[in-house]
Unconditional design. Structure first.
Ligand SMILES: Nc1ncnc2c1ncn2[C@@H]1O[C@H](COP(=O)(O)OP(=O)(O)OP(=O)(O)O)[C@@H](O)[C@H]1O
Length: 189
């Protein structure tokens, strides 16, 4: 490897998978990394929570610690894209401020906003089968996660398998709309 004194500027793409817990985001992301051209980074929000040390956070400071993690995650994805890296973002927009913060820091014209849907009965079935998520988590998130009602692409993992979801995203990438859903939501498109 050579140490470069400069790297050609490039705008990284952010494929933003938004859906409730158990909707199938991580499974689609893994499939995407297998089939997409070029190096992509899968950046799931869970990985950022997993990076936090096990030092107990006092209950009265927990909300701040969690919000700093989410805000840091949004900026980390923006930073990777700013350095020219393509990213698959895997997130749950279960609070209105999270979308607002993403709209403020992500490069709106380079975001492909993908709604990952799944019927409630199937979400509950997956939660039971996984056993590592509290029952009812996805149902509690469902209304808020898709409340903004605007995407570049929407997928139903209740009827499509992960490979087909990934294939549809891959096929969509060369014909991305302008303005993007993110530009429209940010009011810049
Ligand atoms: N298209 C699909 N069809 C059937 N089962 C699926 C599909 N996608 C994912 N699953 C299954 O649903 C479960 C949850 O999938 P996955 O971990 O990808 O969801 P997630 O949205 O990333 O969840 P979380 O946000 O809780 O991490 C897994 O057991 C996975 O095998």
């Amino acid at each position: 490897m050579q140490h470069l004194s400069s790297v050609p500027p490039r705008r990284g793409l952010v494929v933003f998978l938004n859906g409730t817990s158990s909707s199938g985001k991580s499974t689609i992301a893994a499939e995407l990394l297998r089939i997409l051209d070029g190096p992509y980074f899968h950046m799931p929000v869970d990985a950022f929570h997993a990076m936090r040390s096990g030092t107990p956070v006092p209950p009265d400071q927990l909300d701040v610690a969690l919000h700093r993690t989410w805000r840091g995650y949004h900026r980390a994805v923006a930073g990777m894209a700013a350095a020219g890296n393509d990213v698959v973002m895997d997130h749950v927009l279960s609070a209105e401020w999270r979308l607002r913060d993403c709209l403020a820091v992500l490069p709106a014209r380079d975001v492909v906003f993908v709604g990952v849907h799944c019927p409630p009965e199937e979400l509950a079935r997956r939660e039971r089968a996984r056993g590592d998520r509290p029952g009812g988590l996805a149902a509690a998130q469902l209304a808020q996660v898709h409340a903004h009602g605007l995407y570049d692409l929407e997928l139903d993992t209740g009827s499509l398998d992960p490979a087909e979801c990934a294939r549809r995203i891959k096929e969509f990438l060369p014909d991305r709309p302008s303005p993007t859903a993110f530009e429209r939501l940010a009011g810049t498109g």
